[in-house]
Design a protein around this ligand. Sequence first.
Ligand SMILES: NC(=O)c1ccc[n+]([C@@H]2O[C@H](COP(=O)([O-])OP(=O)(O)OC[C@H]3O[C@@H](n4cnc5c(N)ncnc54)[C@H](OP(=O)(O)O)[C@@H]3O)[C@@H](O)[C@H]2O)c1
Length: 292
Amino acid sequence: MNTNNSKSATVIGLGMMGVTLARLLLQGGYKVTVWNRTPEKAAELVKDGAILAPDAATAIGASPVVVICVYDYAAANEILRNTVTEAALKDRVIIQLTTGHPQEARDAEQWANTIGARYIDGGIQAAPSQMGRPDTPILVSGNETAYAQAEPVLRIFGGNISYLGEQVAAASAMDLATLSSIYGTMLGFFHGVRIMESEHVPVDTFGNIVGGIMPTFGDFIRHEANVINAGDYSITESPMRISVEAVERISQHAYSAGINTAFPDYANPLFKKAKAAGLMEQELAALVKVLR
Ligand SMILES: NC(=O)c1ccc[n+]([C@@H]2O[C@H](COP(=O)([O-])OP(=O)(O)OC[C@H]3O[C@@H](n4cnc5c(N)ncnc54)[C@H](OP(=O)(O)O)[C@@H]3O)[C@@H](O)[C@H]2O)c1
């Protein structure tokens, strides 16, 4: 087993994502050792040069860098947290690409420290078919030395790496916050679909219009985040009052058209609270004060 080869990596977990990661490493000229609970999933990779280890500890022993990408942290812990595997992990760099929440990342880092391993936590913001491109987004956080050792491997997985610093939970927090933005937008989008249907306007036209405003909407989101960061809510782009009125109109429409009111019932009270709190003449970003 060659543990000195810097172009050597282990991948634990060969689900849809893990198989893709292992394949990219092979294509990148790495010596790749793999392990999966169901070994049959390694068959194609082995044909292409990967080494299938009989157990996780052997796979870990084969490389200085260990990528783990399984269903959830419970699965990762089941695989990694036993004395044999923990002994194999000593002095290894663990790249955790299993999706989890911030506390799980903190716990994992603490555990890694106790067994003499280095740990970084990552979040993949792409589907398997989108991996390996220069713009593939990967979030990562944790010990800076471990990140430096992990970076060449991460670059194989995606060129758009955001290293968020040593606070290990930052990547999973960012992943959660990003998903929150996306689902918030999507819920609004689906409510918009119901508005279109109730007013007999084609939904595909709506999709095109919304898709078209997304780039400028992105600039707007950046601006609102900068306002919150600076803590200066004087009006620079969009006064709260415009949104208070807009959301009230969305609510009135839903009730009068008889469509589902769940989305406006969630949004409207928040904007009403902003009004009651005297935030009408502040930038829209001040809504965060209602949520604090
Ligand atoms: N797929 C995506 O689009 C995507 C995108 C971004 C992030 N991710 C993240 O990547 C991770 C893996 O996703 P995936 O799509 O590859 O999932 P998947 O195809 O469902 O594969 C799950 C993997 O976890 C293993 N596993 C589950 N429970 C286990 C246990 N108790 N013990 C040992 N192994 C266990 C499976 O082993 P078996 O093969 O033996 O079942 C398999 O290797 C997830 O955390 C996911 O959130 C996925």
